[in-house]
Design a protein around this ligand. Sequence first.
Ligand code: DTR
Length: 338
Amino acid sequence: MVKRTLVLGLVMFFLCSLCLRAEAKVIKLSYANFPPASTFPCVQMERFKQEVEKRTNGQVIIQTYPGGTLLGAKNMFRGVIAGQADIGCLVMSYQPGVFPLTTVCELPLGFKSAKVASMVLWETFQKYNPKEFARVKVLTVFTSAPSNLMSKKPIKSLKDLKGVPIRAAGAAGKIVEILGGAPIALPMSETPEAIQKGVAKGLLTSFEVLKDLNFAAYLPYGTITNFQVYPFAVVMNKDKWNSLPERIKKVFNELGKEQALWTGRYMDNHIQEALGYAKKKYGFKLFTLPQQDMDVAQEKLKILIDNWKKRAKAKGLPAEKILQDVYKFKAKYEQMGY
Ligand code: DTR
């Protein structure tokens, strides 16, 4: 009897220590990102790393790979699905047709801040849990700040945009085309070269790149348009996610919405810093598109919303309801002063 109890006790002790050791084992995760370390997608990545390591008391260690050193902009999604990286940051606008639902947020819907747009994207994702991300675990989503024009020559009206080669991806490229410009669809990681070589005479994106990628040195003029934002997602390999202890999954799930807000807030604040830098160091001049031109532009760009609805319906999505919800979420966060 005593022997049997001792053996049972030893077995139990052995099993428990196995579990504890498994539980306590340090989990190393790789996080791939495509643009240079100075840019906001990588700044949010480093904040995410610090928060995860802090909240798991160092049981999870995240090794970050900025600048496309592990995976690039165009193969990020496939690479994470294939396990080439455990975590990756992607822009849905870079892969037309792959993200039919969440690209609703790249449409010209009048977003005035990254904070509002990021929370709208988060709520839309939570409500619809899009199939387009079924093969991965989405850790968070956020957006860039509203896109404006930056150019070698002043663009003070839609007439000035005619025929100008402007770098812009996804819906932003369509906007440039519809308004008479010549869109050049490149991910941000390939844009510095296009600007320096003069292939692109301007770009349509958020103003922080004036500082983070020093575009103010090549593009001394800006035009406020707030045409649209670019939606981002941070995704984890599904098998890696399923292998994590529940306590660790809880930390990631609790961080998701917070990270979306943190990145939106960082982005909106950083835009002002970048404009200050561009004006002080390069005499950057900022114009605002005349209201009459903005009205003409908004009218012309409605086609993009109709086209998105057609594509979404073709994929079996409740397009009208999704768009209604996006406008409802947008109004809610704007009223909350986000
Ligand atoms: N606007 C998208 C997204 C974007 C804005 N700023 C950055 C910086 C680094 C990477 C992407 C972005 C774009 O222009 O590609």
